[in-house]
Design a protein around this ligand. Structure first.
Ligand SMILES: [Zn+2]
Length: 486
């Protein structure tokens, strides 16, 4: 349910028992949509292809890519037009090198005309498709167009992750992300709702104030879930509190994070507070890529959802940071070939060497959104900034904003009283990353606002977004994982 919609306005005014009933009814509608016959069939397939050797995966993907290219050329106006101008014909596709010569599809093209990526017959008869939008923190949101099968297949990747972690699907789960299940004005517990249809306890992410945190943890202990899933930034608020107060009763089997980049300091907090590993998931609303961490910590690229590439200067690379580009396999309605998502990642040079035995490509790192890379004044991109926020004295939250070529604004939320020591440490650390020419202003703020999708942004580049020369990579409203989970 989305705040501001008519349904949510009705929901907000209902007495608690009716809210609960509505959540479960809505949950059962979603459950039917997600977990139907195609979901089960597809999930069975995923459990089988999980054990394929790498050469079988490569061969399968090559066949699949050829099929997608033929389908796109024959049925999708955008590709018919774009490739037609290049005089490219699917019969020209003889090797992977041919595929890698196809132009990259930019997010802006999808944003400008989402129906141009839709197969002719679904454009003519729209009754079998439904549309969804990303939140669009800036600019126009992206419109995703899918049919029931796409939707059901999408949810199978999450289910396979549960399966290979050995989680019991019948045990209740706890989730903490951007579901506004409790009106924001509410001052006393419960700050959660139960979706009986999916055995899911949904906790509010807008009531995470100090005074409420013990209620959250006590309730989660009472539920005793194997799986706690949510945004790393929201779960980190609980983790930090648990560590600080010595609360050690919440012991799930795994913490599942998605939709935001997980920083090492958050991962350390979460493991320490809840005594279990973190399984992060990486996906995109366009359902062209999906990767999830196994119990050995490896990000396995799920080859069945699409073909995953990382590019530098539009050339495929491995073993170094590149722009994520995906060719989707599961959406036969809205087709995306070599689609630039707007995120940065490092694809492994080797593959298939994980201790868990699953042979796939994997991600050596996820480096966030292209738009939010920060630059030193000499133009050098600065990599992951995790160490800046690690163990800052008296700091609950920290956000680094580059608002000019040689200027950073750091927003800090104090744990109790603002400490000068924190400003000294953060400035020193930032200078070691950016050089002494970088001017740094730290300020204490009451809170750091979340995006429209409820995501926390640890680093943010508003300077590059202002500069027209950077072009519109379209990642300003990165859609990471927004639709891959709830
Ligand atoms: Zn593994």
């Amino acid at each position: 349910m989305i705040p501001g919609t008519r349904l949510y306005k009705i929901y907000e005014k209902l007495p608690a028992p009716l809210q609960s009933l509505l959540v479960s009814t809505y949950g059962s509608v979603l459950r039917r949509r997600r977990y139907g016959a195609e979901h089960r069939r597809f999930l069975d397939g995923l459990k089988e292809s999980y054990s394929w050797p790498l050469d079988q995966i490569r061969e399968w993907q090559w066949q699949k890519l050829q099929g997608v290219v033929r389908h796109a050329y024959a049925n999708v106006p955008y590709y018919r037009e774009t490739w037609g101008k290049l005089d490219f014909h699917p019969e020209d596709l003889k090797t992977m090198a041919d595929f890698e010569k196809l132009p990259v599809t930019e997010k802006q093209a999808l944003r400008d005309d989402p129906w141009k990526f839709v197969v002719d017959r679904y454009r003519e008869d729209r009754s079998a498709v439904f549309t969804g939008h990303t939140s669009g923190t800036t600019g126009k949101p992206l419109m995703m167009i899918k049919d029931k099968n796409t939707y059901q297949r999408t949810w199978a990747f999450q289910e396979r992750q549960r399966w290979y972690w050995g989680l019991d699907r019948d045990r209740p789960r706890v989730s903490l992300h951007n579901r506004p299940v409790v009106p924001v004005e509410k001052k006393t517990p419960p700050f959660w709702q139960y979706n009986g249809a999916d055995k899911q306890w949904m906790f509010s992410n807008v009531h995470l104030e100090e005074a409420n945190l013990k209620h959250y943890l006590d309730k989660m202990v009472e539920i005793d879930p194997e799986e706690v899933l949510g945004f790393a930034s929201a779960l980190d608020v609980l983790a930090e509190y648990a560590i600080r107060t010595g609360y050690d009763k919440l012991r799930p089997k795994v913490i599942v994070t998605f939709a935001e980049q997980v920083y090492d300091f958050q991962r350390d907090h979460l493991s320490q507070a809840f005594g279990c590993p973190v399984a992060d998931q990486y996906g995109s609303a366009e359902v062209v890529v999906w990767a999830g961490q196994c119990p050995s910590g490896t990000y396995h690229v799920n080859h069945e959802i699409g073909y995953f590439e990382t590019l530098v200067d539009d050339q495929p690379v491995r073993g170094q940071v590149g722009e994520v580009v995906g060719t989707g396999f599961i959406n036969e309605v809205q087709v995306l070939v070599r689609y630039r998502i707007g995120d940065l990642a490092t694809l492994s040079t080797g593959a298939g060497d994980c201790a868990c035995g699953w042979q796939t490509d994997h991600l050596e790192s996820l480096s966030g959104r292209m738009d939010d890379v920060l630059y030193a004044p000499d133009g050098r991109p600065v990599g992951r900034l995790d160490p800046i926020a690690r163990g800052l004295p008296g700091v609950r939250e920290c956000q680094i904003v580059q608002d000019d070529r040689a200027h950073l604004t750091v927003n800090l939320v104090a744990q109790d009283e603002p400490l000068d020591e924190a400003i000294r440490v953060v400035t020193e650390r930032l200078h070691s990353f950016f050089g002494s020419e970088m001017r740094i202003d730290c300020s204490w703020v009451e809170e750091i606002p979340r995006t429209a999708a409820g995501k926390f942004r640890y680093q943010l580049n508003t300077w590059k977004k202002k500069a027209p020369a950077s072009g519109d990579s379209g990642a300003a409203n990165s859609s990471r994982g927004e639709e891959t989970l709830s």
